[in-house]
Design a protein around this ligand. Sequence first.
Ligand code: GLN
Length: 430
Amino acid sequence: MATQGLNFALNNPSTFFAPNKPPRHSKFRIVTVKCSAPLSSEGAATGLAERPWNVANARLVLEDGSIWRAKSFGASGTQVGEVVFNTSLTGYQEILTDPSYAGQFVLMTNPHIGNTGVNFDDEESRQCFLAGLVIRSLSIGTSNWRCAETLGNYLAERNIMGIYDVDTRAITRRLRQDGSLIGVLSTEESKSDQELLEMSRSWDIVGIDLISDVSCKEPFEWVESTKPDWDFNNHERNSKTYRVIAYDFGIKHNILRRLASYGCQIIVVPSTWPASETLKLKPDGVLFSNGPGDPSAVPYAVAIVKELLGKVPVFGICMGHQLLGQALGGKTFKMKFGHHGGNHPVHNIQNGRVEISAQNHNYAVDPATLPKGVEVTHINLNDGTCAGLAYPALNVMSLQYHPEASPGPHDSDCVFRDFVELMKSVKYRA
Ligand SMILES: NC(=O)CC[C@H](N)C(=O)O
């Protein structure tokens, strides 16, 4: 199909975006972000309208020189980040709390955001790590039985900037055409457009270790599984328990909940946890999680993965998949604008089925660089990029996308069962 051809050309390693830019600072840095006075929370839980709120002007200045005027909500200040667009229709709270978005502004292509507020159950991590939220229209009220707070208050309390009343369609088209762009979001009138432009051109997300800012600092045990009311996949679970060590490169809680639902006993460890310490814990399997930023910027994580290869069954998700790709000898590359959304078709080569998946990544493994024996098990049907790997000789499996996706889709959830089966086959191998 024509669109597939276009997407393939756009995200293919040989055509990836490599603009001619001046050298940048190589440090991830929040410039200044101040929390604006929290909006009134009265009425949030009852779904009453919140307007009129304090409206402040904001500017999003992109590194290509374009300036987008908007209204501010959440925190005020000045913040730099990479702008990515997400095509999911639902799940903005899970997106806001996905640590893989650290250093990025998420622009939602769904024009109407905030109508269900936020709740206590849908958090994917302990805080919001993203740089900010860009939306077309902020809902004037909230209406959901689980709503505990408005989106505006939630962002303000977490010191995260948001803007609305901006042409998100036009920005998305620009990103599709030119590739991901760095931008600076500011509510500070005292800063000139030129200053903000220079700020955007002197920062880059490539080559920075963003994982160490989001990973836990100490190991901990995880026991919570998916609540029975929400568990859509109630097929027979394994009666045996398998011990999984989960490397936290920015892990989403739903990965842990799904593993727990499949009967795993889980210990979460920091990104720098030595492989030798992991082996001392006698795991049946190791999970390498999702996480923010450039997989080439974290050689220490690749070294840990490498050390564990062949010693224990391993499963990588997103960043974990990319680190596995590198540890196996392959290379990763930056895509033009990546995949962010809940509607990506993936060809599961192992069973011939097409799975609709949630995705969030800007990098991919280049299959041409992988050694013999490594199998590409899944392919993104939009652009032909590698979406999953296996190396049976070393008990390795990985996915570039999110089988744990909440709110979904759930087509790939059974991969957790596959991981359990892999651990079982190794443990009870004659
Ligand atoms: N969700 C993730 O783990 C993202 C992986 C990596 N940061 C990327 O953008 O490709």
